[in-house]
Design a protein around this ligand. Structure first.
Ligand SMILES: *Cc1c(COP(=O)(O)O)cnc(C)c1O
Length: 390
């Protein structure tokens, strides 16, 4: 071995410099005060179009009160993994509420949605099995596919014809699993769930959908995109998050009792990780109360999103018609996305620039996330600023 004179981590500085040159380096910002439609970020006051707090619950006092009461009752930390002593009555109560909310036999709460996805896929398939994944699925689904060591077949975004051809060739595998986001996080569009249900049935595959951006927002009761009588019973594994519209932290899986029992035994992020704090579960229960009692939050949100999309399209922006609260404005080049985000920042508006590798090359964009906390005046301010920058 020859002796090197440089530091073993020196390559990192070179890589970071390379990211800088391509407008691809990311920097952390710090929020002062509450997560809300109006925030202070690195000292600057901004209207915030960059949160997943779709129902404006993250800073709702009802969640803070519920968490505070639970913290005084059971303390903050859970102190152990759920299978040992970490699962409290509050977690159990949340799981019961989630199963009722979703109309399923059982529910299981994970520390994060990421852990729920990665752990569940790896518990459902392994060597000798095959998993079919939409190319635009969330990173946590992809990581679950890789962790599982099953064969992975990626199909073009929402391309059910290609999926069908891949399924036709997969008869020799022990088990087949189809996984998809229900509402795609970067494009804001919806998965073709009716066709996916049919294909799963025809080819004897399990169907798992990730409702992370749809929990609390879509469906008559806020269960998600699959909340339709003709679909709900045909989705075998449904994942949601407590961290976005529900304003807390955690992920959950709902389905049959035996599915949940299997995950308790085999989902490694569940088995080998400390249970999330009970107070976080208490906050999520308070959020489920709001979802039940205040449907106008999700209704207003989707109605306003629809209007905003139409207006941006009229201005000539390349906007996906998504029918959701996630509105991507495609500008292609990372530099253009960064410059537009900066110009909006100067006008008191925070809209994140999304660049590769989060989206494919040539698809850099501004990603507008609307919440029910945005007033018509705030939305007007955004429309006017984008008109000016067009
Ligand atoms: C955010 C997100 C997750 C992860 O959920 P967390 O609770 O934030 O870990 C999973 N899937 C999708 C599609 C997401 O957007």
């Amino acid at each position: 071995m020859t002796k090197t004179t440089h530091h073993p981590l020196e390559w990192i500085d070179q890589e970071l410099a390379s990211l800088d040159r391509q407008w691809l380096r990311r920097h952390l910002a710090t929020r002062q005060g509450k997560q809300s439609s109006q925030i202070v970020l690195d000292g600057q006051e901004l209207v915030n179009f960059g949160s997943n707090d779709y129902l404006a619950l993250a800073a709702d006092p009802r969640l803070a009160d519920a968490a505070g009461a639970a913290a005084r009752e059971e303390g903050w930390g859970s102190g152990a993994s759920p299978l040992v002593t970490g699962r409290s009555e509050t977690h159990q109560r949340l799981e019961q509420r989630l199963a009722e909310f979703e109309g399923t036999e059982a529910a299981l709460v994970f520390s994060t949605g990421f852990a729920a996805n990665a752990g569940t896929i790896a518990a459902l398939v392994g060597p000798g099995d095959v998993v079919f994944t939409d190319r635009k699925n969330h990173a946590s689904l992809w990581d679950g596919c890789r962790l599982s060591r099953a064969d992975v077949r990626a199909y073009r975004h929402a391309d059910c014809d290609q999926l069908e051809r891949l399924l036709e060739k997969a008869g020799g595998y022990r088990r087949r699993l189809i996984v998809t986001d229900s509402l795609f996080s970067m494009d804001g569009d919806l998965a073709p769930l009716p066709v996916l249900c049919r294909l799963a049935e025809r080819f004897d595959a399990m169907l798992m959908i990730d409702e992370a951006h749809a929990t609390g927002v879509f469906g008559v009761h806020g269960r998600g995109v699959a909340e339709r009588p003709e679909l709900e019973g045909r989705v075998h594994v449904r994942v949601g998050t407590l961290s976005k519209a529900l304003g807390s932290i955690g992920g959950f899986v709902v389905g049959s009792r035996s599915l949940v029992d299997w995950l308790v035994n085999r989902a490694r992020p569940y088995v080998f990780s400390t249970a999330p704090p009970g107070p976080a579960a208490a906050a999520a229960i308070a959020a489920l109360d709001v979802v039940r009692d205040e449907p106008e939050r999700r209704e207003t949100l989707l109605a306003r999103a629809h209007v905003l999309q139409g207006r941006l399209m009229c201005q000539g922006w390349d906007v996906f018609r998504t029918h959701s609260q996630i509105i991507p404005v495609i500008v292609r080049e990372p530099q253009r996305a960064m410059q537009l985000a900066a110009a909006l920042g100067e006008r008191g508006l925070f809209v994140p620039a999304i660049r590769p590798p989060t989206v494919p090359d040539g698809e850099a964009r501004l990603r507008i996330s609307l919440t029910c906390g945005h007033t018509p005046e705030m939305i007007e301010q955004l429309v006017e600023a984008l008109e000016e920058l067009r």
